[in-house]
Design a protein around this ligand. Structure first.
Ligand SMILES: NC(=O)c1ccc[n+]([C@@H]2O[C@H](COP(=O)([O-])OP(=O)(O)OC[C@H]3O[C@@H](n4cnc5c(N)ncnc54)[C@H](O)[C@@H]3O)[C@@H](O)[C@H]2O)c1
Ligand SMILES: *[C@@H]1O[C@H](CO)[C@@H](O)[C@H](O)[C@H]1NC(C)=O
Ligand SMILES: *[C@@H]1O[C@H](CO)[C@@H](O)[C@H](O)[C@H]1NC(C)=O
Length: 315
C-alpha cells in the first residue's frame, strides 16, 4: 500500500464523520479532497480540521508521521463535485443518513470517476444492496462503517454488496490498515452489521433490567464501565470464554453453556423504549447529566479525553 502514498481520496459530505475521515486519511499521508453540497460547508470543515489537528499536535496525540501543517497541506475543499473527484482513486461518502440522498450521490459520483475507483459509504444503518442499487458497477462498492469518534475508536466494519469483488474488500482492508484503523470484514450484508447488532443486544437487556426495576440506570452503566467494558477494551467475548475456564473454551462450554442458555431464555421481548419506562430512565440520566448542550458537550469532551488515553494505552 505504500505505493499509494500521495494518492487522492475524496470525502463527500463534510459533517462530523466526513471531517473525521479526512483527518484519518491525512494522518496516513493521503491527499484528501473534501466536498459538500452546502456552499461554504467544506471550507468551514477545513478550518475546523486545522483547529483540531493543531490541538492534537499540542497534546502529542496527532496520528501519523506528518506534522499538523504537513497534513493540512494535503487537504483541499471543493464546492464542485467534479473538481473534488478529479484524481481520486477512493471515494468515501459521508452525507446524511438518508437512502435517497446516498443513492443520488453514488449515481452522480459514478458518472464522474474512472472505472477502477472504489465507491465507499459510511452508512451506519442502510444495507449495501439498497445504498448502491442505482450504481451500474456494483463490484466496486463497499460500506466502510466507522465508529464515532474514528480518530480514537479505530474499528471499521467493511460490508460488501452481494456483487462486491473480493479484491475491492482486500483493497479497502489494506487502505484502512495503512491509515491505522482496525478493519473487520463482514462476509455478507446483514441489518445492523456486527457492531450495532451486539450494541443493540446490550442496550435491550440493560433497558429491560432498568425497566423492570432490577437495577438503576446509573448502576447498569457501571456494570459496563467498571465490569465488562474493562475487559472488552482488550479482548472480545470469544476470547473471554476461552480465558475464563482453566482448560479453555471447550472447558468453558462444558461448565457454563447450560447456564447461559437458561438465562438467555429468560430475556423478554424487544422493549418498546417508550412510555413510563422511557420517562423514568430519561429522568434518571438527566438528573446526573442534564440534557442541555453545555452538559452534553462537557461529557463528550470527557469521553474523548478518556478515549484518547485508552488509545494511547492500547498502542
Ligand atoms: N455520527 C456518527 O456517530 C456516525 C458514526 C458512523 C457512521 N455515521 C454515518 O456517517 C454519515 C454522515 O453522518 P454525520 O454524523 O457526519 O452527519 P452530518 O449531518 O454531521 O453531516 C452530513 C454532511 O453531508 C452534507 N451533505 C448532505 N447531502 C449531501 C450531498 N448530496 N452531497 C454532499 N454533501 C451532502 C451536509 O451538508 C453535511 O455537512 C451518515 O451516513 C451516518 O450514518 C455516523
Ligand atoms: C510512520 O513511519 C513508520 C516507520 O517509518 C511506519 O512503519 C508507519 O507505517 C508510518 N505511519 C504512517 C501512518 O504512515
Ligand atoms: C467494475 O469495477 C471493478 C472494480 O473496481 C473494475 O475492475 C472493473 O473494470 C469495472 N467494470 C466496468 C465494466 O467498468
Amino acid at each position: 500500500m505504500s505505493s499509494l502514498k500521495g494518492k487522492t481520496i475524496t470525502v463527500v459530505g463534510s459533517g462530523l464523520i466526513g471531517r473525521s475521515w479526512a483527518m484519518v486519511f491525512l494522518s496516513g499521508g493521503y491527499k484528501v479532497k473534501i466536498y459538500d453540497n452546502k456552499a461554504g460547508q467544506a471550507s468551514a470543515a477545513i478550518a475546523e480540521i486545522k483547529k483540531q489537528l493543531e490541538e492534537l499536535q499540542q497534546a502529542r496525540m496527532l496520528r501519523g508521521n506528518l506534522s499538523a501543517a504537513e497534513q493540512l497541506s494535503l487537504l483541499s475543499s471543493h464546492d464542485d463535485l467534479q473538481q473534488a473527484l478529479e484524481g481520486a482513486y477512493f471515494v468515501q461518502e459521508c452525507v446524511f443518513e438518508d437512502l435517497e440522498a446516498k443513492q443520488t450521490v453514488f449515481q452522480e459520483v459514478e458518472n464522474l470517476v474512472k472505472e477502477n475507483v472504489i465507491l465507499s459509504s459510511s452508512t451506519s444503518c442502510l444495507m449495501p444492496s439498497n445504498v448502491f442499487s442505482g450504481v451500474k458497477n456494483q463490484t466496486r462498492c463497499i460500506i466502510s462503517h466507522p465508529v464515532n469518534p474514528p480518530y480514537y475508536v479505530r474499528l471499521v466494519e467493511l460490508v460488501p454488496h452481494p456483487k462486491t469483488h473480493e479484491t475491492v474488500m482486500d483493497f479497502a482492508y489494506s487502505l484502512m490498515t495503512d491509515v491505522g484503523q482496525a478493519p473487520v470484514r463482514l462476509r455478507k450484508e446483514i441489518d445492523g452489521f456486527a457492531l450495532n447488532r451486539v450494541q443493540y443486544a446490550i442496550i435491550a437487556e440493560s433497558w429491560r433490567l432498568v425497566q423492570d426495576g432490577v437495577i438503576s440506570a446509573k448502576d447498569i452503566d457501571l456494570v459496563m464501565s467498571e465490569g465488562l467494558g474493562m475487559r472488552y477494551a482488550f479482548i472480545g467475548p470469544i476470547e473471554t470464554m476461552h480465558l475464563n475456564a482453566p482448560e479453555g473454551i471447550e472447558d468453558y462450554l462444558q461448565r457454563y453453556s447450560e447456564g447461559i442458555k437458561r438465562v438467555l431464555t429468560t430475556f423478554g421481548p424487544v422493549p418498546e423504549f417508550s412510555g413510563e419506562a422511557a420517562a423514568r430512565i430519561t429522568k434518571e440520566i438527566s438528573e446526573s447529566i442534564p440534557g442541555d448542550q453545555e452538559h452534553l458537550t462537557a461529557r463528550r469532551e470527557r469521553r474523548d479525553q478518556l478515549l484518547m488515553g485508552l488509545a494511547k494505552l492500547k498502542k
